[in-house]
Design a protein around this ligand. Structure first.
Ligand SMILES: C[S@@+](CC[C@H](N)C(=O)[O-])C[C@H]1O[C@@H](n2cnc3c(N)ncnc32)[C@H](O)[C@@H]1O
Length: 210
């Protein structure tokens, strides 16, 4: 079971080392998917800065959905501080068993979480289930650009364990691992890999009415 100190993560990481990363990734997601309105889930969003960054540049209504109950309060604080509390809410729950209805969400965005899911195929099939036909998933982990990754690495140079842990996670979750899961689930999508990160990207096929 995943554990972290959510308050410390919020202060030191989300609003510290990684602060610049979320707006960059949010812009990349919007550019790629062209989704700017409707419902968005920031899955495994922790204290919520990816979802908040998406809410700042779109008309999306964002639900930050995370395993840890503590994140609900932290999302409320961060969305208030960022002036988007009317567009962002938070719920506690697991990726593998989400409480959203079938075909109800326009965009599922998720950063830095899939690597920790206990059952990745189940989580990804849940993502597919809740997305509307024509909706998108953008799931993985990364730092936006190679330059931002370099900056984060420099800031975290005092903590060699961090680099090692990331290397270990990437080794355990190579792109072909996610390609195989998509194939097994019969989801048509791509897995994009670069130094910056790994992203699983797919659009649920449109139906005649969508
Ligand atoms: C490294 S943090 C990343 C947080 C945030 N998305 C970010 O980019 O900074 C991983 C997050 O995934 C959440 N998580 C881990 N396993 C999960 C699961 N099975 N379902 C939902 N959330 C999960 C954790 O609670 C944690 O908030």
């Amino acid at each position: 079971m995943y554990t972290m100190n959510a308050k410390e993560y919020d202060e030191k990481v989300m609003n510290g080392f990684f602060k610049k990363v979320y707006p960059v990734i949010a812009s990349q997601i919007v550019e790629r998917t062209q989704i700017t309105e409707g419902k968005c889930v920031d899955l495994g969003g922790g204290p919520g800065m990816l979802g908040i960054s998406l809410a700042k540049i779109t008309n999306l209504q964002v639900t930050v959905y995370d395993l840890m109950q503590e994140c609900v309060k932290l999302v409320a604080k961060n969305s208030l501080e960022n002036g988007v509390s009317h567009k962002v809410n938070a719920m506690q729950g697991r990726a593998e068993e989400m409480s959203f209805e079938d075909n109800s969400i326009d965009l599922v965005a998720s950063r830095g979480s899939v690597f920790f899911w206990e059952d990745q195929p189940k989580g990804l099939s849940e993502v597919y289930r809740i997305i509307k036909p024509g909706g998108w998933a953008y799931i993985g982990g990364g730092f936006g650009t190679a330059e931002l990754l370099k900056e984060v690495n420099e800031q975290r140079s005092a903590d060699p364990e961090w680099k090692e842990k990331r290397k270990h996670r990437m080794k355990k979750n190579p792109p072909e691992h996610f390609v195989a899961i998509l194939k097994e689930l019969e989801i048509e999508g791509v897995v994009e890999w670069s130094e910056e990160g790994t992203w699983i990207i797919f659009q649920k096929p449109k139906t005649d009415n969508s």
